[in-house]
Write a protein that binds this ligand. Sequence first.
Ligand SMILES: [Zn+2]
Length: 396
Amino acid sequence: MVSRRAPASRDGNEILDTRGDLWLKTDHHRVCGRDFPARHFLVCPRTVARHSTVLAEILFRDGGRTPSGSETANTSAAVETNPSWVVHLPEAMSTPLKWLLQLMHGQFCQPNAYGKLLMDRYEIVVLADKYSCLKLLQPWANIWALDLDPYRAVAPRVLCRVAWLSYKLGEPKVYSAAIRRLVVRFPADSEELELALASMTLPPSLEDSIYHERLAHITLVLDEIQQCLDELIDINLKPSPYCHLEGGRGSKTIDWDVIDCHAKLLGSLIQILARDKLWPLPKPSGLTDLSLRELGCTVSAMAESSKARRSYNLIKSAHISCAVSFPRLTLDHPDPSPDYASEDSATGTLTSQESRREQADLSDEEYEVHVSLGYFYRLTASEQEYMASQARLFDR
Ligand SMILES: [Zn+2]
């Protein structure tokens, strides 16, 4: 009787099945400063094929009867256990592949053993999706979904990971919040965002969604500013929505006092726009170096300028309450929670949503009304679109 003990991993070899007759071979990868060394995994090919139709296609042909894609084994452990069948998986990273193979072979660990970092969870879900075996991760889906926290993510790469995980784990609100932050926080010409979008596995159309959402909301904000400027320039504007002097509310004769008030408000607006390099007002597609968040700060400054001038007694008492306003925009407010200390989740740890809410003392609903009402409306539409898609991993 042949007895095979279960050898520990050594020399880059991992034994998942002591009776296995297939080596799965991975290459060395380096991602975000982390090394994933080349490994050989000894596995049962039929177990692997049973869990993954994609790997079954790679491993077998002729309806599963004939091994395919094999090459001669040349590792010391391969010689020791004598399987001659080796299949190379050049795109698979060794650590997430090991986790998946452990699950396939019934080697379960505590939930957090499968990745304490967001990056780990992202990589294993990417690989499970690639090999069409996401169902293996179902026992961890709820726990992982609860840990997703887009409000504390700063770097585009981290937000893209949150977007991908929430998309695959069936968390549409988290998914929308991650897109929202990608839209609001980064200008169109952000190299950091461009690099993340180009190098990562992402939900379908995410890049297009970010582009169109950003452009739509920049257009909305610039239109509001332009409308305000046009109204202040128009000396026949009656009633004035900005000057609260009696004449501003509809006198039939020209009220030079109101016109003078408008001129001051107009000058103040132009000064702020020029300070923020927004004068003359650019076209929406030409505004590539400013984020929506920064544009929101400019709008806030314009709405607040009258208050500042009042505090320095620069406005005559009759015009003390005169100010510009942007009725279609809600004014920006600070982020509800502190950001991840690290720019990259490779070192950032996960925090539960409960603890985030405790720190921030602010509900999601309060945060959603950010920048503009139109913005919220459009993202809600994309959330509904997502809910209707078939891409979700589980019905949750
Ligand atoms: Zn006035």
